[in-house]
Design a protein around this ligand. Structure first.
Ligand SMILES: Cc1cc2nc3c(=O)[nH]c(=O)nc-3n(C[C@H](O)[C@H](O)[C@H](O)COP(=O)(O)O)c2cc1C
Ligand code: SF4
Length: 481
């Protein structure tokens, strides 16, 4: 029987658990920070000495922790890229922008267990010789910002933060910075620009890799809220023990935001790869199945920018057989293990681990129109293919959902979507706005063509019967333009 595995959310939803420091301390809070700060230099078998900071970085590498913000990049590897020889200060930024539609996991941590995030962040800062860090929180989360500021004040008062933390000689200050509410502020270099007080225009990579040229052109680590919480647990249990959770190369737990047409939408923490998409949707421990009398139509597996899966889709995945041999197996979409690698192998991604379920009542054209409108609104506008392409796609989908579609719109949409990403844009938003269009139209093309055709036929009829053109739909369309 699949079930939740609560590591990061161990206490968050327990009755009586509150976000204040006293409660956190009663549940063993800040003990792992004390353990980290008390580490002594270690002599390795080759005679070299490993500093406490290096030991923690090694544990994170051993744990196999992959970033929980979207790309799933190795946390240990990211930390290893930090330029430690530049002589400049190293900064750490916690990415709490959480704007990917469908995602609502980071805010659970911030609202219910903010000190856990602080403890993880302080340990990550100590491990990386950081003395100034920022919690960059999405503008639309004012309560979260208040809670984090309160937690910071409580931690400062107990000297878990500030000068000479717990008498160890290590000093750190952390500030909350509120975004102004733009999706692109979640992209790490856009976030950095925003933190510097500018428009959140993503920077081109190379040369602006944050690990080398980040905040104020200094080496900078940007990590997601959930990633930083996991750092605390890795230091607590050891990297090797942590790596036993989940599946190889997909270690630890993930908090999945489950929304859409399921009986029990919500957030569920699972061992990565130990639960399938079908179990997350149908098992009573998770989504509890679809609404009565409905059948599954589609699933977006990793936030709105992930490519959609169609019910019944099958994929060829390489898996290790019982004898250790790698064999190719055909796997139904519902049987895909929810992890980083399986979803990539199936042509999509687990992204921000947000699953959006759509049953047969869904108007797939309208669903894509909704997503495309979001991306057209949120493009920062620096790159022509993204700025214009996202708008053209949204306009075509708007007319398809407002009685002005054309049968050729399906091909037109894919043509635009194919020409936005692929190295033509500064940041991955180009992919994020194109993947939904490519996959929705690619997998449900008949519905897009049928809608366009029906519109054309109706308009043709209206030409023959002119009075019909004064329909409410046409008036609304005229108002929109
Ligand atoms: C358009 C766009 C939006 C993003 N939004 C977020 C976000 O809201 N939160 C987040 O943690 N990462 C977001 N990311 C990913 C970040 O750029 C970055 O990779 C991440 O914060 C790194 O943290 P991690 O390695 O711990 O996952 C976004 C990326 C792109 C391209
Ligand atoms: S890809 Fe889009 S969001 Fe990213 S920098 Fe270019 S215009 Fe801005």
């Amino acid at each position: 029987m699949p079930s939740e595995y609560k590591l990061v959310l161990k206490y968050a939803d327990q009755p009586g658990y509150t976000p204040d420091l006293e409660c956190y301390l009663r549940h063993g809070g800040y003990e792992i920070l004390k353990k980290a700060l008390a580490l002594k230099p270690k002599t390795l078998p080759d005679g070299k000495t490993q500093s406490p900071q290096e030991q923690i970085r090694q544990e994170v590498m051993t744990s196999g922790l992959r970033g929980r913000g979207g790309a799933g990049f190795s946390c240990g590897l990211k930390w290893s890229f930090v330029d430690r020889k530049s002589g400049k200060p190293i900064y750490l930024i916690c990415n709490a922008d959480e704007s990917e539609p469908g995602t609502f996991k980071d805010r659970q941590i911030i609202h219910k267990d903010p000190h856990q995030l602080l403890e993880g962040t302080i340990i990550a800062c100590f491990a990386n010789d950081v003395h100034l860090a920022y919690l960059y929180i999405r503008g639309e989360m004012p309560d979260g910002a208040k809670l984090l500021n309160k937690a910071l004040a409580e931690a400062r008062a107990k000297n878990f933060l500030g000068k000479n933390i717990l008498g160890t000689g290590y000093s750190l200050e952390i500030y909350v910075h509120r975004g102004a509410g733009a999706y692109i502020c979640g992209e790490e270099t856009g976030l950095i620009e925003s933190l510097e007080g500018k428009r959140p225009y993503p920077r081109i990579k190379p040369p602006y890799f944050p690990a080398v040229l980040g905040l104020w052109m200094c080496p900078t680590i940007v990590n997601n809220v959930e990633t930083l919480c996991n750092v605390k647990h890795i230091v607590g249990m050891g990297g090797a023990e942590y790596a036993r959770l989940g599946t190889p190369n997909n270690t630890g737990t993930r908090i999945v935001s489950l929304s859409g047409h399921v009986k029990r939408p919500g957030y569920y923490e699972i061992e990565t790869g130990k639960v399938t998409i079908g179990q997350l949707i149908n098992d009573p421990a998770f989504g509890g199945g679809l609404r009565p009398g409905r059948s599954l139509k589609a699933v977006i597996p990793g936030g709105s920018s992930a490519k959609v899966f169609k019910a019944g889709e099958k994929f060829k995945l390489k898996r290790k057989g019982p004898d250790g041999q790698v064999v190719e197996q055909e796997v139904d979409m519902l049987d895909l293990p929810y992890d980083f690698d399986s979803l990539i192998a199936a042509g999509s991604m687990s992204g921000s681990s947000a699953i959006i379920v759509m049953d047969d009542s869904t108007d797939i054209v309208a669903a894509l129109a909704n997503i495309a409108e979001f991306y057209a609104h949120e493009s920062c506008g620096q790159c022509t293919p993204c700025r214009e392409g996202s708008l053209w796609m949204s306009k075509a989908l708007h007319r398809l959902t407002h009685g002005e579609g054309r049968a050729s719109d399906a091909d037109y949409l894919v043509k635009i979507a194919d020409n936005v990403p692929g190295g033509r844009t500064i940041c991955a938003f180009g992919e994020a706005c194109s993947w939904p269009v490519q996959s929705f139209v690619g997998k449900f093309k008949d519905e897009f063509i049928a809608k366009g055709k029906a519109d054309e036929e109706r308009r043709m009829k209206e030409c023959v019967e002119p009075g019909a053109s004064k329909s409410a739909e046409r008036k609304e369309l005229a108002a929109h333009h």
